[in-house]
Design a binder for this molecule. Structure first.
Ligand SMILES: Cc1ncc(COP(=O)(O)O)c(C=O)c1O
Length: 481
């Protein structure tokens, strides 16, 4: 028996996807390409002929076989939840679905400021008002280490209806979750965790536990990030003690497409089966490969150049995360990225002081050897005296709120030259992407620090996303009355 067959046997959606293509069919249903677009154009066919939807593909049009439900139940069981849903819209969609199910317009919610932009957009949709929680910054590395308990305690008198955290953070650090979850639950507050980058947690003893193991009420994760899932595939697993699961189901369906593609769904099922059957073995290899890679590169330098678990309290850093500290090498992360691009190596994120490499179960010793071969000569060429660690703009901004995010989102707006923007109220969410963490959100004041910081990041080669004027020559602000 081949391994693929074994995985498929325990993955109902993956099996349904593969079975669809093993039988000849004559569909008079969507999708319109009928898996025959290559008859019209080879290129178009190459893109769409491997596609089949949930309805009429992985299951009958009326979902008579309940294939999706079976697969979701297996995921709920593996992660220890009461309820699971598979999304084809990424953690972006799952964040929307969960946030829409939490309260009613005007309610307040405690949110880590390190949240991804999808969380902020979901708050606007749901009409919830964020109470921002600021991350603690590690003095040695300039990295946000998570939300301290004191931040949650500070905002409890404002009676938030939920606590929404982003764990792990983009650079791999993790808050002291048992404390935060315990405190929230002591006040009957549900804890929702955007764990977009943490889908592998909890499946190896040397990795942090996943957030449901730590007592959280909802785990949102992208199966296409840390796991080998299809683009924009994502998973929600939740528990019903503090969350209303019927309402969650309604919100999920309200915001999800009514025509989900089969491949992302089947891939989530396949990733679940892979973790269940081979997670420990494959994650063990990955942990070993990452540690070896970092050690081999580091041996050539007289100072620490990667973030490492020993930089943080035990269990507070994802040991699979590869974060190169360009400042320690006295060079620019963007320059390292540009050199790597010449060797056809793409990195997940690069800014002035940092380069983030995403390593997953799909990387083996050979991929790390290739990266090593290209990266080491580049670092040796570019390295000079270290620069002090600076905290990136995304982690250091203290928002000055002038107007509710939702009011600013729907306000009359005008474009104003960058030179005149200081002190005005932003109508846009603006974020270096990645990580997609807002430097300014609608309703917040465009301070000098923000304006100069955004301009400096742009000049350094960082992509600044979502500004109406991407050149940053002008800003969209709330119209003055
Ligand atoms: C923390 C976090 N949450 C949510 C998302 C959105 O995930 P997706 O791309 O799966 O929609 C991202 C994307 O990078 C993210 O970093």
């Amino acid at each position: 028996m081949t391994y693929l067959k074994a995985l498929r046997e325990d993955a109902p959606l993956l099996d349904a996807y593969l079975r669809y293509f093993e039988v000849t069919r004559t569909p008079f249903t969507i999708p319109g390409h009928k898996q025959r677009a290559s008859k019209l154009d080879l290129g178009l066919g190459a893109v769409v002929d491997g596609d089949t939807p949930l309805y009429g593909g992985l299951d009958e049009i009326k979902l008579t076989n309940q294939t999706l439900k079976s697969a979701e139940s297996l995921a709920a069981k593996l992660w220890g939840g009461d309820y699971a849903r598979f999304s084809t819209g990424g953690s972006t969609h799952v964040n929307q679905a969960v946030i829409l199910a939490l309260g009613k317009p005007g309610d307040k919610i405690a949110v880590a400021r390190t949240a991804h932009r999808s969380v902020l957009s979901a708050l606007v949709l749901a009409g919830l008002e964020p109470i921002w929680l600021a991350p603690e910054i590690d003095a040695a590395t300039g990295v946000p280490t998570g939300i301290p308990l004191s931040e949650l305690e500070r905002v409890l008198p404002q009676k938030p209806i939920a606590l929404l955290l982003t764990e792990p953070g983009y650079l791999g650090t993790i808050s002291q979750l048992p404390q935060l979850i315990g405190k929230a639950h002591a006040h009957k507050i549900p804890v929702v965790i955007d764990a977009a980058w943490g889908a592998h947690f909890g499946f190896h003893n040397d990795l942090p536990k996943h957030v449901l193991q730590l007592g959280a009420d909802a785990l949102i994760t992208s199966t296409h990030k840390a796991l080998p899932g299809f683009s924009a595939s994502a998973l929600l697993v939740a528990r019903g003690e503090y969350l209303n699961l019927d309402r969650l189901e309604q919100s999920f369906e309200t915001t999800h497409t009514t025509s989900p593609a089969g491949a992302p769904l089947a891939s989530i099922d396949g990733c679940r089966a892979l973790l269940q059957h081979r997670g420990e073995e494959l994650l063990g290899q990955l942990l070993e490969n990452v540690a070896k890679f970092k050690a081999e590169i580091s041996a050539n330098f007289d100072r620490p150049i990667f973030l490492s678990p020993s930089d943080f309290a035990t269990g507070r850093f994802d040991p699979v995360k590869i974060v190169l500290r360009a400042n320690q090498l006295g060079t620019s992360g963007v320059e390292i990225e540009n050199e790597l691009l010449k060797a056809n190596i793409r990195v997940e994120m690069a800014d002035r002081d940092t380069v983030v490499f995403l390593a997953t179960l799909a990387d083996d010793a050979e991929s790390f050897a290739e990266l090593n071969n290209s990266l080491l000569p580049i670092l040796q060429k570019l390295a000079s005296a270290p620069r002090e660690s600076a905290t990136a703009l995304s982690w250091s901004v203290v928002p000055q709120i002038a107007l509710s995010m939702r009011d600013a989102y729907f306000a009359d707006t005008e474009m104003i030259a960058a030179q005149s923007a200081e002190g005005r109220i932003s109508a846009d969410l603006i974020a270096p992407y990645p990580p997609g963490v807002a430097v300014v959100a609608p309703g917040e004041v465009l301070t000098k620090e923000i304006l100069t910081g955004l301009a400096a990041n742009k000049a350094a080669g960082v992509r600044i996303a979502y500004a109406t004027d991407p050149t940053l020559q002008s800003y969209r602000v709330v119209k003055s009355s």
